[in-house]
Design a protein around this ligand. Structure first.
Ligand SMILES: [Zn+2]
Length: 198
């Protein structure tokens, strides 16, 4: 059951806005403490864990343990207790690589992470900050070509305007690889594009 317990579960806040992705295991812990309800992927009705077990397995995969059997949750909604707040996404190289999907934001080519560098759109030496809005992934070649200039000065065009991701890059990975269809109604379409899905 260990792999099944690691599967991703979409976490909605009490306003039914997606805020996080957690594991089935953690979702069960939250539901057992009455901090969250399991959401039926068909009717979107929230269920307490006891209701959920009683409900049986309707559409999803079966989760079995020695003590109980139930449908594996795909979505949970938090109650008043909001211990899984929206998380600010740390600006760091790893998350930038995820945001820009290993793609040089000037030439559009994908490279291995070690073939990439962080480019300050407005150069650091000219007061450009090191943050989500001023940094992009660039290959060494484009970075060298741009040098100490703005894209306009270097006559280089950015693929897209750099932005602060509102979504956990960790989620983006799940979104591409392993997103249950039941999540679709809760995830803004633009977000899926950002995540590189479809
Ligand atoms: Zn490039």
């Amino acid at each position: 059951m260990s792999v099944a317990l690691d599967l991703p579960v979409l976490v909605l806040n009490r306003h039914w806005t997606p805020v996080h992705v957690t594991s089935v295991k953690h979702a069960i812990v939250l539901a057992c403490k009455s901090h969250a309800s399991f959401v039926c992927p068909v009717t979107y009705t929230p269920h307490s864990i006891m209701d959920w077990i009683e409900r049986g397995v309707l559409s999803g995969s079966r989760l079995m343990s020695a003590r109980f059997e139930m449908e594996s949750p795909e979505i949970i909604v938090l109650g008043d207790y909001d211990r899984v707040p929206p998380r600010g996404i740390a600006f760091n190289r790893r998350n930038l690589i995820r945001r820009d999907d290993n793609t040089c934001q000037y030439c559009g080519k994908q490279h291995a992470p070690d073939g990439m560098t962080i480019d300050h759109v407005t150069p650091l030496s000219r007061g450009g900050p090191t943050d989500w809005e001023n940094c992009v992934l660039a290959c060494h070649r484009c970075n060298g070509r741009k040098a100490n200039r703005t894209p306009a000065e270097a006559n280089m065009k950015l693929l897209k305007k750099p932005f602060k991701p509102e979504w956990s890059p960790r989620y983006a990975v799940y979104a591409r690889i392993n997103r249950p269809a039941s999540w679709n109604n809760f995830i803004p379409k633009g977000m899926l594009e950002t995540a590189g899905a479809e």
